[in-house]
Design a protein around this ligand. Structure first.
Ligand code: PMP
Length: 338
C-alpha cells in the first residue's frame, strides 16, 4: 500500500480490550486508540475535514494561511493538512498547554503564539480573541474555529462512528468520550445512535467546566468556571459542536484522578496515552461500575499520545509537586528505598 501523502494515513485506528484496569467491572471495555493517527491524535480527522470543506466552499484559497486557537492536537492535524496542501499555519495556544505541544507544532513549521490561560474568552488577550484578530488582519487567511465549525463533528460522524460500528460488528451498548469542542463525542454518537438508538453515551467533563451542570439544569453557571489542569476537555463556553441531545450522561473527573489513571494505562495496559485519556477511562469506568451488566460492551475514545505530557503527568517531580503522587509505587527505586 502506497500513500500519496501523510494525511491519507489518518483513521482506521485500532480497538483494544482493557484487561486489568477494569477488573471487577461487568461487561467488555474496549478503547479506540487514536494516537495511531499520524499526528498522534484523533484531531487529525477533523482538521483535514475542516480544511477540505473550506477549500470546497472557496473560503480557503491557494497560498492561504490557516489560523486557529488550539490546545495543540488540532494544530498538529492542521499542520499536516497544510504541509500536504501547501498552506501556512499560525496557531494561538493557552499557556497552560504542555511545552511539548508547542514544540511539536513548531517542528512541523507552524508559527505559535502563546496567550494567557486565565482570562475570559472575550478578553482581547485570550487565545480565541487573538486568533480572531489575526484572521481579520491577515489577508487570505482561514480561521477554522473548531468550536463552532460543524465539519468537526461531521468528520467523526463519517469516520470514527463507522469504524467503531464495523470493528464491534454493531455489538456496542455504551460509548464514552471526553468533551472539549464536542466533535468527537457528538459526531460519533450521532452515527452510533442512528444505527442503534439504544446505545448509551457518557461524556467526560472536568471540574472547572460548564458542561455537566448545563446538561442537567439548562443553566450556564459562571460559578462552574475555574482553572483546572487537564488538557483538551472541559470548556468555559458552549461550542456549537456540543449537541447535548447526543450525550446522555456527564461524569466529572478531577485532574488528579485523570493523571493517576493515565499513568496506570501506560503501566498496566501498555497504552502510553495522554492526560484526557485517563480522564475518559476514569469517568467511563465509574459509570460502568454502577451501570454495566454482563454482556454489555463499552467503547472509550483515547484521544492522544503520552509524549505530549512527559514534562507533566509522566514526571514524578511534577506529580509530587501537585500532590498527585502520594504512594511510592510508581516512583524511582531510590524513592522506595528512602
Ligand atoms: N483530549 C484531547 C487531548 C484533546 O486535544 C481534545 C480536543 N480539544 C479532546 C480530548 C476533546 O475532543 P473534542 O474537541 O472532540 O471534544
Amino acid at each position: 500500500m502506497i500513500y500519496n501523502s501523510i494525511i491519507e494515513t489518518i483513521g482506521n485506528t485500532p480497538m483494544i480490550r482493557l484487561n486489568k484496569i477494569n477488573k471487577g467491572i461487568k461487561g467488555d471495555i474496549l478503547v479506540k486508540v487514536e494516537y495511531f493517527n499520524p499526528g498522534n491524535s484523533m484531531k487529525d480527522r477533523m482538521a483535514v475535514k475542516m480544511v477540505e470543506d473550506a477549500e470546497k466552499e472557496g473560503i480557503l484559497k491557494p497560498g492561504g494561511t490557516i489560523i486557529e486557537g488550539t490546545s495543540g492536537n488540532t494544530g498538529m492535524g492542521l499542520a499536516l493538512a497544510a504541509i500536504a496542501k501547501g498552506y501556512k499555519c499560525i496557531f494561538t495556544m493557552a499557556d497552560k498547554q504542555s511545552k511539548e505541544k508547542i514544540d511539536i507544532l513548531k517542528a512541523v513549521g507552524a508559527e505559535v503564539i502563546v496567550c494567557p490561560t486565565n482570562v475570559a474568552p472575550e478578553d482581547p488577550r485570550s487565545y480565541y480573541s487573538v486568533a480572531k484578530k489575526l484572521n481579520q488582519d491577515i489577508p487570505n487567511s482561514f480561521y477554522p474555529n473548531q468550536y463552532d465549525n460543524l465539519s468537526n463533528a461531521q468528520a467523526h460522524y463519517e469516520t470514527t462512528g463507522p469504524e467503531i460500528w464495523e470493528d464491534t460488528e454493531g455489538k456496542i451498548t455504551h460509548y464514552a468520550a471526553g468533551v472539549g469542542t464536542g466533535g468527537s463525542m457528538c459526531g460519533t454518537a450521532k452515527f452510533l445512535k442512528e444505527k442503534n438508538p439504544g446505545i448509551v453515551t457518557v461524556g467526560i467533563d472536568t471540574y472547572g467546566s460548564v458542561f455537566k451542570k448545563y446538561k442537567e439544569t439548562g443553566v450556564f453557571d459562571e460559578d462552574e468556571i475555574y482553572p483546572y489542569l487537564t488538557e483538551g476537555i472541559g470548556e468555559d463556553i458552549l461550542p456549537k459542536n456540543v449537541d447535548f441531545d447526543m450525550i446522555d450522561h456527564f461524569i466529572k473527573v478531577t485532574d488528579k484522578d485523570a493523571a493517576v489513571m493515565t499513568r496506570r494505562l501506560s503501566r498496566e495496559e501498555g497504552l502510553f496515552v495522554g492526560w484526557s485519556c485517563g480522564a475518559a477511562v476514569h469517568g467511563a469506568l465509574e459509570y460502568a461500575k454502577a451501570n454495566l451488566k454482563e454482556g454489555d460492551r463499552m467503547v472509550i475514545i483515547l484521544p492522544d499520545h503520552g509524549t505530549r505530557y512527559l514534562g507533566k503527568i509522566y514526571n514524578d517531580d511534577w506529580m509530587r509537586n501537585h500532590g498527585f503522587l502520594e504512594d511510592k509505587a510508581y516512583g524511582t527505586a531510590r524513592d522506595i528505598i528512602a
